[in-house]
Design a protein around this ligand. Structure first.
Ligand code: SF4
Length: 396
């Protein structure tokens, strides 16, 4: 049976590569070290899962393909080429689709990157994290500080003109000066896009346990906020567009198209171990263990192990929570009505007026967005749209 695709909007296609040379102490993604031997069978399973989805969805339109992980740059270029080609054969992948691949600096060599570029990858995301030797050590990263610059040079030689650098701030022992130095170097390298993430201590990770035991100390909330403000001010002065809470682009055209599908609460397919999908009104996730995922798909069985119907109230809440992260665009009243069949004013009029009076959002009847001076409060502001929060609406 075909799942409904609302408004026939093109989908994002996420492909999860769950392999890493080693697992970083702060990471809680679905990743596994020393299982690279599974890669050939895993790639075949991904193609088989595309077959299963093609049967279910028909030739769905796909606007973006995103290889995330894990470490997708552990894949040989032929595997990436095979997956892109397989997607093009099964789905209506738009000719100008954004095709993005996450690369670790140490595996981003020119031969690999040239192969990815030839395979059709047109956006590269390099996981720099920090350029500080102590930071690299505490984050458990294998590369030396000079390696990301080599990776970027290799990306340029391979023909990539759209490169993102990921950086993390707020790691144990980091000072504001350390962070400023990372930013200065990254800016001097002139990437097209920067993703700057505050470190989150995920429960159960080695880093979280070390902080709990007092072995490591992370900067306090005020210090992390100061780092965020520094990034915001420095990048604004350099002419960058702060279009999402953690993301900056040199111009609107260079904003991540794939991630905008998530922030606009759009629909996406997720392929691979532990990958998530959102189609029709159903969110689902796959079997997490790579070997078990391969086995299921090989037997022609669906790897989906969890499904959840998203009710209209939850969907509207999510549109607000995600959309407010888009600091320039926010949530458009027109798009909200087209998507949910109800007006923003009708559903959230009271909240929007209260938030606007408090100076927390800008609301002009056509679009709501977080006030620029309050961008660091985006999570608190989003709570106003959550029905369960005491004192806010409980039924709609
Ligand atoms: S390289 Fe990335 S995905 Fe892999 S363990 Fe480290 S943080 Fe997690």
């Amino acid at each position: 049976m075909r799942a409904p695709l609302p408004n026939d909007a093109p989908l994002g296609l996420y492909i999860h590569i769950p392999f890493c040379a080693r697992v970083c102490p702060y990471c809680d993604f679905n990743v596994y070290a020393r299982q690279e031997r599974l890669i050939p069978a895993y790639v075949e399973a991904l193609v088989r899962e595309m077959d299963l989805l093609r049967e279910q969805l028909g030739p769905a339109r796909v606007a973006t393909i995103y290889f995330g992980g894990g470490t997708p740059s552990l894949l040989p270029p032929e595997a990436v080429a095979r997956l892109i080609q397989a997607a093009r054969e099964r789905f209506a992948v738009e000719p100008d689709a954004e095709i993005d691949l996450e690369a670790n600096p140490e595996s981003a060599r020119e031969d690999n990157l040239t192969g990815y570029r030839e395979a059709g990858v047109n956006r590269l995301s390099i996981g720099v994290q920090t350029l500080h030797p102590r930071g690299l050590k505490v984050l458990g990263r294998a590369h030396k500080p000079h390696v990301p610059e080599q990776a970027l040079a290799a990306a340029r030689s391979a023909g990539f003109t759209n490169v993102n650098l990921d950086l993390i701030y707020g790691w144990p022992g980091q000072t504001l000066e350390d962070w400023e130095r990372d930013l200065d170097i990254a800016l001097a390298w002139q990437p097209e896009h920067l993703s700057l993430y505050a470190l989150t201590l995920e429960p159960g990770t080695p880093m979280q346990r070390a902080v709990e035991r007092g072995v490591l100390t992370v900067p306090d909330d005020d210090a992390v906020a100061e780092m965020a403000e520094l990034a915001d001010a420095k990048l604004a002065a350099a002419g960058w567009l702060h279009y999402e809470v953690s993301n900056w682009a040199r111009c609107p055209e260079l904003a991540s198209r794939h991630n905008q599908i998530y922030w606009k609460n759009g629909r996406y397919i997720g392929l691979g171990a532990g990958a998530h999908a959102y189609l029709g009104n159903t969110r689902s996730s796959n079997e997490r263990l790579p070997a078990r995922y391969i086995e299921l798909v090989r037997e022609g069985r669906s790897p989906v192990v969890f499904k959840e119907a998203i009710d209209p109230q939850t969907e509207m809440t999510e549109t607000m929570i995600l959309g407010l992260r888009l600091l320039e665009e926010g949530v458009s009243a027109e798009a909200f009505t087209a998507r949910h069949g109800r007006s923003l004013e009708d559903v959230y009029g009271r909240e929007l007026r209260e938030l606007a009076e408090a100076g927390l959002v800008e609301w002009n009847g056509e679009r709501v967005r977080v006030s620029r001076a309050r961008w660091l409060m985006v999570n608190e502001i989003a709570l106003w749209f959550v029905p369960q929060v005491v004192g806010r609406q409980t039924t709609r």
